[in-house]
Design a protein around this ligand. Structure first.
Ligand code: M6P
Ligand code: ZN
Length: 194
């Protein structure tokens, strides 16, 4: 069936995508066990359930030839020493790629392959990252303001959270003594990613 061309509006400052069909909310309770410091997680959840990130999507056919588009906003904050982040995922069709474009705030893109090869890229407004096939990807907000980015990827790519939900990525982004750095994730096991 022939689809009609259409326009959408992006508010670079707020991350609003309009009109969108779906806004997904990820609160801390939706990411239980994904931050390393589960004691800090427990303490935070005792007094509330902060919004970690949200993303808006236009519902498009999950078919080859189409693209999926999404706008994501990650709030500033930390669980223990670890910055707020997206869950992160591989693609169900692992050989598909993705583009992330930074629009507001500052962050870092963590990537890794199933074999444990790890890479990270700093993202700022106007910086575009190309995530090649087979790389799992997670965005992290390393700033004090919302980190907003645009994403586009193949229509049929799908999401594979797999063991990322249990063991995370090989490295985590933390702040210690005012310094931001990548630390080894003691929970991560090689070869367990997908
Ligand atoms: C971006 C895209 C989406 C993804 C979203 C949230 O907008 O990559 O496909 O769903 O970020 O990331 P995650 O699915 O890892 O929670
Ligand atoms: Zn993706």
């Amino acid at each position: 069936m022939l689809m009609n061309p259409f326009l959408m509006n992006i508010d670079f400052k707020s991350g609003d995508l309009k009109p969108n069909d779906r806004t997904n909310i990820r609160k801390l309770s939706n990411m239980k066990g994904m931050f390393l410091d589960t004691e800090s997680e427990r303490r935070i959840l005792e007094s509330g359930d902060p919004l970690i990130y949200s993303f808006s999507e236009k519902v498009l056919p999950e078919e080859p030839g189409h693209l999926q588009i999404a706008m994501t906003s990650i709030n500033p904050g930390k669980v223990g020493q670890e910055y707020y982040m997206t869950k992160g995922h591989y693609h169900k069709l692992a050989h598909t790629s993705e583009v992330y474009l930074g629009l507001e705030g500052r962050g870092c893109l963590l990537m890794q392959t199933g074999d444990g090869i790890f890479a990270s890229l700093d993202i700022r407004p106007g910086v575009l990252a190309y995530i090649p096939p087979f790389w799992g990807h997670r965005m992290v907000n390393t700033g004090n303001t919302p980190f907003i980015f645009f994403a586009v990827y193949p229509g049929d790519a799908g999401h594979n959270y797999g063991d990322i939900e249990k063991t995370g990525f090989a490295k985590i982004l933390v702040e210690r003594n005012g310094e931001t750095f990548l630390a080894n994730n003691p929970r991560w096991k090689k070869g367990s990613s997908f």
